[in-house]
Write a new protein. Structure first.
Length: 449
């Protein structure tokens, strides 16, 4: 009898016999019989709920082969440098470049001058070294006169530098001065802080020489920073990918690693400090070696502007003025902004003087625009500011003065099995580069206050 039972059990006939007996003896309704190898239910359709409860392994999920890679960060600074900056292949990690800035045209009166019927006098300026003998000076807001010294000529007073005194102050004679006492053409009263604009050097009829201009550029330095990262897959993992339901192999891992590298580079591109230090680590056999770090572009920008958190269109006009004027720069620049700065700019009530342009894509980046006169400011979200707790900050870059120095990107395959280290394959990537902002005043740091 035991042998017969075993045969029935093994063949599945046992379950058939039980079902037959239940039918003969009138067992009906929804009842389940649990036996070895599963559960049998009478009077009920096979449902997903019961299947998941009794045998979840028989239910297949819909498997998406593509892995969803969550990338809350884009890498706009890295993208701009790679795709638009003036790229120069460099051999040495030391970057040196010479830069000379044109002299500003504007200074101010440092010490007030009271009219005293003088036809010439030293005038103390905020920057006396800025002006030269034979140069004209326009004193903004100070009225000029016709030859009689009494009738306004509709312009501003102009002085002419005939010499400098022993303290370096320019000695000026009036071109269109005022009548004071018996003197028809004298120097008018000049208030402190009066704006003074430098004009051309003007020679007399027989004059053939003037003071030569001497200019020497300043040598600037930057270091190239060596970015390095590595991927590794074991042989077992590579075999297991053949026919795998989920697409996650060497290509996808490499893509993920490259993006992570670009994302982390944004920190150094923005806030790095130029240094060379001697240090060792476990991946260079603990040998003390020079390691170079680049200067971030945040520190290279030459201007600053503070924008109120409740900014008005007048504030934006002042911002655009600071960004675009007085620095011999381009009429189009790009702002990389933190979330709060971006929010403030978008809350402004624009009008026909300053207005938003159409959104679009420039330099491979999604941007919006602010237009003021002939000036266009492109605006791009920069997640790095948010990560660095600088959500109210931004940096305006004139791409005409952005340079990237780099070594060619290197990809080095490693057979760890052949090297006797591991049954795996590795890939090392080396990305060495540095960013340089020339013409510092063409670039501006922005901050909410």
């Amino acid at each position: 009898m035991k042998k017969i039972f075993k045969k029935l059990k093994g063949s599945g006939l046992l379950m058939f016999a039980i079902l037959l007996a239940c039918t003969l003896f009138g067992i009906t309704g929804v009842e389940a019989v649990h036996a070895e190898g599963g559960a049998i239910t009478w009077g009920e359709a096979v449902s997903l709920e019961s299947a998941m409860s009794e045998s979840p392994e028989i239910v297949l999920a819909t498997i998406e082969k593509e892995v969803c890679v969550i990338r809350p960060h884009l890498t706009p600074l890295y993208t701009l440098g790679s795709q638009h900056a003036k790229v120069r292949e460099a051999g040495s990690p030391f970057i040196e470049y010479d830069e000379i800035e044109t002299l500003p045209l504007i200074t101010t009166v440092a010490t007030a001058f009271s009219t005293a019927a003088l036809t010439q006098s030293p005038i103390d300026l905020a920057n006396n070294d800025l002006v030269a003998v034979n140069q004209t000076l326009v004193f903004k807001g100070i009225p000029g006169y016709l030859e009689d010294g009494l009738t306004l000529d509709g312009g501003w007073f102009i002085g002419y530098i005939k010499d400098k005194d022993n303290t370096g102050k320019p000695i000026i004679v009036p071109v269109n001065g005022v009548k004071s006492g018996a003197v028809t053409n004298s120097i008018p009263a000049l208030a402190a802080t009066t704006v003074v604009v430098r004009g051309m050097r003007t020679g007399s009829e027989k004059q053939s020489r003037t003071a030569p201009i001497s200019a020497t550029p300043t040598k600037m330095k930057q270091y190239m920073q060596k970015g390095i990262f590595e991927t590794e897959e074991t042989t077992f993992f590579q075999y297991a990918q053949d026919g795998a339901l989920v697409k996650w192999g060497k290509t996808e891992i490499t893509d993920f690693a490259i993006f992570e590298h670009k994302q982390s580079c944004e920190t150094d591109i923005l806030l790095g400090k130029k240094r060379v230090i001697k240090t060792a680590n476990i991946y260079n056999q603990n040998k003390v070696e020079d390691t170079y770090f680049q200067e971030g572009i945040w520190w290279q920008a030459g201007r600053d502007f503070s924008l109120p958190t409740a900014a008005t269109r007048e504030d934006l006009i002042s911002m655009m003025k600071t960004i675009f004027t007085g620095n011999a720069s381009s009429n189009m620049k790009i702002l990389f902004a933190g979330a709060d700065l971006l929010e403030t700019i978008n809350k402004v009530d624009y009008n026909q003087v300053i207005y938003p342009g159409k959104q679009g894509q420039v330099f491979g980046l999604d941007v919006q625009k602010i237009i003021y006169g002939q000036y266009t400011l492109l605006i791009c979200d920069e997640p790095a500011f948010n990560d660095l707790a600088m959500t109210g900050n931004g940096i305006v870059i004139d791409t005409a003065y952005l340079k990237q120095y780099k070594h060619a990107w290197r990809s080095i395959p490693l057979d760890n099995l052949k090297n006797g280290q591991s049954d795996s394959q590795s890939q090392v990537f080396i990305d060495t580069f540095a960013y340089v902002l020339t013409n510092a005043n063409a670039h501006t740091r922005l901050k909410l206050v």
